[in-house]
Design a protein around this ligand. Structure first.
Ligand code: GDP
Ligand code: MG
Length: 162
């Protein structure tokens, strides 16, 4: 079976856009309704001749109720079944309390985590992303899922961890 990469993070940080970028297709639907991702189907991807699967998730929110809680639970399940986790943060917003809570959940999972600083559309945001070292997840990798900036470097890092 091919290795699985799960993509988690707050709603609206660009997880689905990043999944589309990683798989090179417009398949992980970027929903109009924030936090809604319809399925947990692993999307086939490849890089440098290696096959892997990418699982998109709905936005993870701590202490969420009802539907949001179900979405958060799905994200935790995705983490449990993943070989590597991409934890996506909004580089423009920086680390939030919700991001900090998600980090605790990720620590409990003991999975290898790659910190992705998304929405780094230009070099000044890219430099700002260094503040995300404070999350304690190691080096933040700045990318712009929307424009593709940094995505090749991120794929190289994913391959190193798989
Ligand atoms: P999700 O809720 O985490 O899956 O986030 P989405 O992928 O649905 O993206 C939420 C919004 O952020 C959409 O309007 C995207 O176009 C936008 N977005 C995603 N990635 C980037 C990026 O790299 N740069 C910018 N400027 N916007 C982005
Ligand atoms: Mg999404």
């Amino acid at each position: 079976p091919q290795p699985v990469v799960a993509v988690v993070g707050r709603p609206n940080v660009g997880k689905s856009t990043l999944v589309n970028r990683l798989i090179g297709r417009r398949q992980a639907v970027v929903e109009d309704v924030p936090g809604v991702t319809r399925d947990r189907v692993p999307y086939d991807a490849q890089w440098n001749g290696r096959q892997f699967a990418v699982v998109d998730t709905g936005g993870w929110e701590p202490d969420a109720k009802d539907r949001a809680a179900a979405i958060a639970a799905q994200a935790e399940t995705a983490v449990t079944t993943a070989d590597v986790v991409l934890f996506v943060v909004d580089a423009v917003v920086g680390a939030t309390d919700v991001d900090e809570s998600a980090v605790k959940m990720l620590r409990r999972s003991a999975k290898p985590v790659i910190l992705v600083a998304n929405k780094a559309d230009n070099s000044s945001i890219e430099m700002e992303a260094a503040t995300l070292w404070s999350l304690g997840l190691g080096e933040p990798y700045p990318v712009s899922a929307l424009h593709g900036r940094g995505s090749g470097e991120l794929l190289d890092v994913i391959m190193d961890r798989l």
